[in-house]
Design a protein around this ligand. Structure first.
Ligand code: ZN
Ligand code: ZN
Length: 93
């Protein structure tokens, strides 16, 4: 598996250092991680090998990804909001 990934993190793509901790990421909806207990994985839901940073980031993304995207979309200055578009089209009062 490590070889398949070219000895690099599956998410960040940065190469693993020799003494680096490598995290085996699995689908948490298959094998939920309950706080205070050891993470048990059935072995069939393994997704990839991650570095500490990406493993941590992914955990947050899984928990708060939708909330974060909803939040960011409110401040998306590159994409005009519905209101701005209506004004441009002359449809706004
Ligand atoms: Zn990484
Ligand atoms: Zn599983």
């Amino acid at each position: 598996m490590l070889e398949d990934q070219g000895y690099a993190c599956a998410m960040g793509r940065e190469p693993f250092e020799e003494d680096q901790l490598i995290f085996i990421d699995h689908d948490h909806t298959c094998c939920p991680v309950s706080p205070g207990t050891e993470t048990r994985c059935c072995g069939r839901c393994v997704r990839g090998l991650l570095c500490f940073r990406c493993n941590t980031a992914l955990g947050y993304v899984e928990m708060y990804g939708e909330l974060a995207m909803a939040y960011l979309s409110r401040y998306d200055t590159k994409r005009p909001t519905r209101e701005v578009r209506l004004i441009r089209q002359g449809l706004s009062p």
